[in-house]
Design a protein around this ligand. Sequence first.
Ligand code: IMP
Length: 425
Amino acid sequence: MTVSIIVGTQWGDEGKGKITDYLTQDMDMVVRYQGGNNAGHTVVIKDKIFKLHLIPSGIFYNNVLCVIGNGVVVDPAVLIQEIETLKSQGFSVSNLRISAQAHVIFPYHRYLDQAQEKKREAGRIGTTSRGIGPCYVDKYNRRGIRIADLYNEKVFREKLDWNIKEKSFLLDKFYAFDKKIDIDKIYVDYLGYALAIKQYVALESTALINEAIEKKKNILLEGAQGAMLDVDHGTFPFVTSSNPIAGGACTGAGVGPTAIDEVIGVVKAYVTRVGSGPFPTEIEGKLGDELREKGGEYGATTGRPRRCGWFDAVVMKHAARINGLTQLAITKLDVLDGLDKIELCVAYEYKGKQITDFPTDIHRLAECKPIYEEHAGWSEDTTKIKEYNDLPENAKKYLARLSELAGVKISLISVGAERGQIIEV
Ligand code: IMP
């Protein structure tokens, strides 16, 4: 029996969907613990591409209970669409559970997200416009509406009234936002959504998860986004509004830290970022464009082109520490096939000094220059390799250095999008 957490170690989009899908073969339960439909997990099964935003990718396996935990923010219209799409593709969703404690995203959250971004102008975060931040604000302001509230019509109407009064005032008077909020429509729509998802709602999701732990089941707690988008430990304010790091699994699923056995960090062999904010190892120009095309680096949620950069061991070390990583799963190694030289950032230069502790203040970070170590590339195609020993020597050297700098062993290496393109180390 193992309780494992899977986390992104960079700015999201490390390929967690693929690794989660692989690990799920041995799982009884998969729990998503934070974020919302800002995330996009891509899974490729027999040349078919599946994109999930809310439902854990464990749903592709029979007998795996997939839980949307209390720490997730749920847009029910998106969730219902995802359920319907899966059903139409022949997958059963009867193993889906949604925590009644999860907070609900309303249209006014999306409007606020858009209005705030517009008003920020130059300081724009580049959010996904899905209403994630404003929904978490309501949660922490204790005004949010949870899934459970949708089944108590009186409580729901009262909370909705209050929220809509407040948001209408803000949108109208402060943001001069052009869309109006129609409370009656939202009320009726959301009662309909509540009915549609009722069969999946877990009234006591933490009891469900903890009972599985007590029964010594294999459980995977799945984070969205990545460590550098963590609201506390990332490149604030260019972050998401939750805690993707491993600690977020404890609050977002209701699991005590002593129950956790493994923390698996998903690491892309290079680095990408969508949205604004500092990115020390960003590669601009032709090479950056080539990596983007070869790696298919376009957002799974918004389709935005991702910024591409060299592997950053300063970020990696920070991620290893704040997550307590016990293993690394390397993804997209094959995207580096055919490069003559590969740069690996081993430290930053800050005010004439060499530093390896990640500066979490973006103003200090902006003054940092990456210090690179040059590695020889490899010309071989790695996409069909099944054994670690068959990897090109230079690829092995690159991976060994990466693992050494992280201080964490590598357990998996992904060399393509398909399920079978994975090497166990
Ligand atoms: P939000 O989560 O929509 O508020 O966006 C905040 C920041 O996080 C923006 O820079 C987004 O591009 C980024 N972000 C949110 N979700 C993801 C993700 O799943 N992958 C990569 N970046 C993300």
